[in-house]
Design a protein around this ligand. Structure first.
Ligand code: IMP
Ligand code: MG
Length: 188
């Protein structure tokens, strides 16, 4: 299982520490309020699960699925809502949880869509940020885990062609795994 790892970028311990810190900040900022935490599927599911366990205000969760990529590692620039929220967010304090902000197209579109539903407030928490890749300007990330270099990363919920989400750390894949020359053997 370890054959595909080129380099570990963020260790399990670093992730734990950062998620705890983010949870504490969010708890302070929303003290006395109730939160609706909105996870963006599928990449944010692990980060969000860890994050909510570090938030100490009453909250409910909902999920949305948005796609800007196909199976490729390059953005198509097209953002689609694949699954909308189950519940209305009008008058709710909404915190969107994203795995990574890359070009920023996904987040910009998402914020615009959610803002039209008139939440009491709307903020974003992203685990990773690739500033270098940003196309969209003036995109505020209210709570950010790590700024990372312009490299495609996987693990801790992030995928390449739906694989590697189950690794408990963030890492760079060996190049041959992006090209599909080497494959993790499938057990079926
Ligand atoms: P954006 O619209 O370009 O900001 O893309 C954001 C989405 O692209 C994220 O939610 C991820 O699903 C995906 N993405 C961007 N960079 C990476 C990466 O390095 N690894 C895995 N997924 C990524
Ligand atoms: Mg993805």
């Amino acid at each position: 299982m370890e054959d595909c790892i080129e380099r570990i970028l963020i260790s399990q311990e670093e992730l734990e520490r950062k998620v705890k810190e983010l949870g504490e900040r969010i708890t302070r900022d929303y003290w006395g309020k109730e939160l609706r935490v909105v996870g963006i599927l599928r990449g944010a599911f692990i980060f969000m699960a860890d994050l909510v366990r570090n938030i100490r205000v009453p909250l409910s969760v909902d999920f949305m699925s948005i796609s800007s990529y196909g199976e490729e590692s390059e953005s198509s620039g097209i953002v689609r809502i694949l699954k909308d929220l189950d519940k209305p967010i009008t008058h709710k304090h909404v915190l969107v949880v994203e795995d990574i902000v890359d070009t920023g197209l996904t987040l910009k579109h998402l914020k615009e869509v959610l803002a039209t539903r008139e939440p009491a407030s709307l903020r974003v928490c992203a685990l990773l940020n690739k500033e270098e890749r940003r196309i969209v300007r003036d995109l505020e990330i209210d709570y950010l885990g790590f700024n990372i270099p312009n490299q495609f990363v996987v693990g801790y919920g992030l995928d390449f062609a739906e694989r590697y989400r189950n690794y408990p750390f963030i890492f760079v894949l060996k190049p041959e795994y992006y090209r599909g020359e080497a494959r993790v053997p499938e057990k079926e």
